[in-house]
Ligand binder design. Structure first.
Ligand code: BG6
Length: 471
């Protein structure tokens, strides 16, 4: 069954990733507060976040499957509004107890938990007051993080925030996350900066207070290639790269937005009559954190191929899995184009493992302060076909995708990049924020009518490869 990858290195972290809101369900249970999604999804009426994959109740089953299929790690997130139902105030004992049970179960089964504090699910009270655009959210996040570090001492691997850019981009550029603004560039860049500031304050606190364990954050990185390679298109690619990757990578690991990066960002802001506000002291905080990250979580799905564009911004989002229905044109930046020969998923995502290799090499070369890298998400969204109770689901397409990407990772390792683990997105099927339940990623199929789990062929591939770790 193995294709290109024959063997994994000793000590390799081989895990599956999840996010609280996408798997837990139980959105009203045991005192949980609302998030930014509950009313939004109810108003949209497209799908319900309940019961999702019912991980709130079925986690023992999923952890057992993870163990059976050779995983040694799991990425989960804590739902902030289970701990602090309105983002601040007094902790909710039932929510705290749930995560203690979950972590205990992981550890009892030899599965190391890697825990994010924020995965796209700001508590509604804070969201209504401006979300990351309001600095009160940063203060609340620092308090919530401090509480979690003190409480969940069984956790030794922390991530502050998942994909700062995706959140800002989906909320304020693409408009498919609440509050659904389109090309509100000022809000997007400000949210990026404020989230980074929140991350930096939490890292500084973690180190100042001497909490045990390791801490970092997760960026999704999107390599941007000019296509065709003309000077105009190369400039467009540099602008998009600055917005999607460089701004946050510079801030995270260099502790500054370098002059070269800011020249590109300012060009992009000017073209959109947008601005960024950096308050006195912000950069000192960011600088202090930059060398204190213990590791870096890199999510990788796809690259963008970009050509220059001088018209108005427009965006069509493929949220259905109907191939060829997306379109992205960003004023003063560029437009996304298809590169002949590069296959795409039903959701128009480019399939391009070379992009993972290129990005790993770039991070190691340009940002050595990232120290150790883990691929914290990578996977294929696919309409898996249910075969009946107890029947194996054939997802050869996913195996091919995963195998090619793990091969790219190992190639980067062989070229000297310190990448120490891989988390497949996702452990079990879960709903997709802007696409609902038909975009599946899991190693394990979830029958969303019965909550029964079925095995996909990719889980067998995963187990077989897991057995080679250090052999
Ligand atoms: C990442 C997120 O951006 O991509 C996940 O961290 C998300 O939460 C995943 O589900 C896949 O994206 P999508 O839109 O296909 O669900």
């Amino acid at each position: 069954m193995l294709n290109r990858v024959k063997k994994l290195p000793a000590g390799f972290v081989w895990g599956g990733a999840t996010a609280a809101y996408q798997v837990e369900g139980a959105t009203q249970a045991d005192g949980k507060g609302k998030t930014m999604w509950d009313d939004y999804l109810a108003q949209q009426g497209r799908f319900s976040p309940d019961p999702a994959s019912d991980f709130y109740h079925l986690y023992p089953e999923d952890i057992e499957l993870a163990k059976l299929y050779g995983l040694n790690a799991i990425r989960v997130s804590i739902a902030w509004s289970r701990i602090f139902p309105s983002g601040t105030g007094e902790p909710n004992a039932a929510g705290v107890a749930y995560y203690h049970r979950l972590f205990a179960d992981c550890l009892a089964n030899g599965i190391t938990p890697y825990v994010s504090l924020h995965h796209f699910d700001t508590p509604k009270t804070l969201f209504d007051a401006g979300d990351w655009l309001n600095r009160a959210t940063i203060d609340a996040f620092v308090r919530y993080a401090d509480f979690c570090f003190g409480e969940f001492t069984e956790v030794k691997n922390w991530f502050t925030i998942n994909e700062l850019i995706s959140l800002a981009f989906s909320q304020y550029i693409q408009g498919n996350f609440p509050p659904s603004h389109h090309f509100d560039v000022t809000s997007a860049i400000q949210a990026e900066h404020n989230e980074l500031l929140a991350h930096a304050r939490v890292v500084n606190l973690f180190k100042d207070k001497g909490y045990a364990g390791r801490i970092g954050l997760i960026h999704v990185l999107e390599p941007v290639y000019a296509y065709p390679e003309t000077p105009e298109n190369q400039h467009a690619a540099a602008l998009e790269d600055a917005f999607m990757n460089r701004f946050l990578l510079d801030g995270t690991f260099k502790g500054e937005y370098t002059d070269d990066t800011m020249a590109l960002i300012n060009e992009l802001l000017d073209a959109n009559d947008a601005h960024l506000t950096i308050e006195p002291g912000d950069m000192d905080i960011i600088k202090a954190a930059a060398t204190q990250n213990d590791y870096f979580g890199m999510n990788y799905y796809q690259p963008a191929f970009v050509a220059a564009y001088s018209g108005e911004s427009t965006n069509r989002f493929n949220g259905t899995g109907e191939k060829g229905t997306s379109d992205f044109k960003f004023k003063g930046v560029g437009q996304h184009v298809k590169k002949p020969g590069v296959d795409q998923t039903d959701w128009d995502w480019n399939i391009y493992p070379e992009g993972m290799y290129d990005m790993l090499k770039r991070v190691a070369r340009e940002y050595p302060e990232s120290k150790t890298i883990y691929i914290t998400e990578n996977g294929l969204g696919y309409k898996d076909e249910y075969q009946g109770v107890g029947q194996l689901i054939n997802d050869d397409k996913r195996i091919d995708f995963l195998d090619r990407h793990v091969a790219a990772l190992l190639q980067a390792r062989a070229a000297g990049v310190n990448v120490q683990g891989y988390f497949v997105w996702s452990l079990q099927d879960q709903f997709s924020w802007a696409n609902g339940y038909n975009k599946r990623y899991g190693l394990f199929y979830v029958n969303f009518d019965t909550q029964a789990r079925e095995i996909k062929k990719s889980a067998l591939w995963f187990r077989e490869l897991g057995r080679t770790i250090g052999s």
